[in-house]
Design a binder for this molecule. Structure first.
Ligand code: NAD
Ligand code: MG
Length: 398
């Protein structure tokens, strides 16, 4: 008997985007509708095992070998294969599937994402860091195999929807909106005292800890500008950012004739995940409907790049080109790790990234075409070391 269920893999299934994807799969019939090939996670083994049981996954992989025994124990009565470690994770990502959600956080999502793109199929991309660090490699790998990249970041999903039936030569600007984070009214002095716990509380979206802190620094928007450039081949000077505290409008396109299109939806990743899952169709959804009358007003303002320099740095990255994205992402991840450990303060993160980006650009470390994984990984590693050196000089604490 042939199996005509759609085959699905979810990388990072235990995270905020991954778990929502699993919930949507369950709502749409679970294992009766989908042949779930692989689910992967980190240390939340209880959730990973529950998901694997619920969706009858072929394989469940934890990135950490020290978690293997617990996963094995929790799945001992199931047919699900158990594996651990980054090699096993990449192997699972490479198993054929019609649709894959790439929702690992950070640079760690790059290799599994590439494995998935090499074997083709549709890949819903939440892992923006892989596009920032290795945009050309990611898109060229997809082009070679014919894999389809479907954006999941809410602004890029919105942009992708807006761009349908638009002629590229008619576009004047692509504008991403940003909530501005919880601290958009704080002074630089007040920002320096922000703690990781405060920074992880996002005003409008409910997301993983790292992206929430990246939103508070505006690094998330900086990553998204580069992501938009890589996904839509938009020139750097046509990509704009507008602070929009209500997070209802996600993206806008400006045309040469002076007119604009905007995309609106409630602040729930369900919209973007389902759009990528059902593309090219739209299916009925329980996505909360917007009540614009109740909302009353939508506000927009220019970002303040003095207090929040990250978006200015993104333009630098696009101007430098080459390996600048890899350095920027690596430095940003290292600075965030240092912030979580209390080794650098909130405003010190962008100072560290600024210095590392400029010193690496200055000594020629970022020249060349970023098409080789090994070279990209080396730039990522060097950028992280440069952030550690920056901190060991006693900087980033003022
Ligand atoms: P999260 O921290 O909630 O989940 C991350 C997932 O990756 C988890 O399953 C975790 O176990 C796994 N993971 C972490 N480190 C890993 C490693 N070293 N190796 C393998 N797996 C690892 O993150 P999230 O908020 O769901 O974000 C996931 C991605 O989606 C990020 O790239 C983020 O920028 C992007 N994104 C998230 C949202 C959101 O609403 N959360 C919105 C837009 C884009
Ligand atoms: Mg986003």
């Amino acid at each position: 008997m042939t199996d005509d269920r759609r085959s699905i893999t979810v990388l990072g299934s235990t995270g905020s985007v991954g778990a929502k994807t699993v919930t949507i799969l369950e709502e749409r019939g679970g294992a009766a509708t989908f042949n779930v090939v692989a689910l992967t996670g980190g240390r939340n083994i209880e959730r990973l095992a529950e998901q694997a049981i619920s969706l009858k996954a072929d394989i469940a992989v934890t990135a950490y070998s020290e978690c293997h025994a617990e996963l094995q124990e929790r799945l001992k009565n199931e047919t699900t294969e158990v594996a651990s470690g980054s090699e096993a994770l990449a192997e699972a990502a490479g198993r054929p599937a019609d649709w894959t959600m790439s929702a690992i956080v950070g640079f760690a999502g790059l290799v599994p994402g590439l494995r998935c793109l090499e074997r083709g199929g549709a890949m819903a991309l939440a892992n923006k860091e892989s596009l920032v660090a290795a945009g050309r490699l990611v898109t060229s790998t997809a082009n070679r195999s014919g894999a389809i990249l479907l954006p999941v970041d809410s602004e890029h999903s919105a942009m992708f929807q807006l761009l349908a039936n638009v002629k590229p030569q008619e576009i004047e600007s692509l504008i991403l909106t940003a909530s501005g984070g919880p601290f958009r009214h704080l002074t630089t002095g007040e920002l320096a005292k922000v703690t990781p716990k405060q920074a992880a509380r996002h005003p409008t979206w409910n997301m993983g800890m790292r992206i929430s802190i990246d939103s508070a620094t505006m690094f998330n928007k900086a990553l998204e500008m580069i992501e938009a450039h890589e996904l839509f081949e938009t020139p750097a000077d046509s990509i704009g950012v507008l602070v929009h505290p209500q997070s209802i409008v996600h993206a806008l396109i400006g045309f040469h004739d002076g007119q604009m299109l905007a995309h609106m939806s409630s602040t729930d990743m369900r919209g973007a995940i389902e759009y990528a899952m059902n593309w090219p169709n739209r299916l009925p959804s329980r996505l909360r409907r917007l009540d614009l009358a109740a909302l009353g007003k939508l506000e927009f303002e220019e970002p303040d790049e003095v207090r929040f320099p990250a978006t200015r740095l993104a333009r630098e990255v696009l101007r430098i080109g080459g390996f600048a994205g890899a350095a920027f992402n690596g430095a940003k991840e290292a600075a965030l790790d240092a912030f979580l450990l209390g080794n650098i303060n909130f405003t010190g993160m962008s100072c560290a990234v600024d210095e590392v980006l400029n010193s690496m650009a200055g000594d020629g470390s970022l020249c060349g075409e970023a098409l080789e994984l090994k070279e990209i990984m080396e730039v990522d590693r060097l950028a992280r070391i440069r952030v550690e050196e920056y901190i060991s000089r006693g900087l980033g604490q003022d």
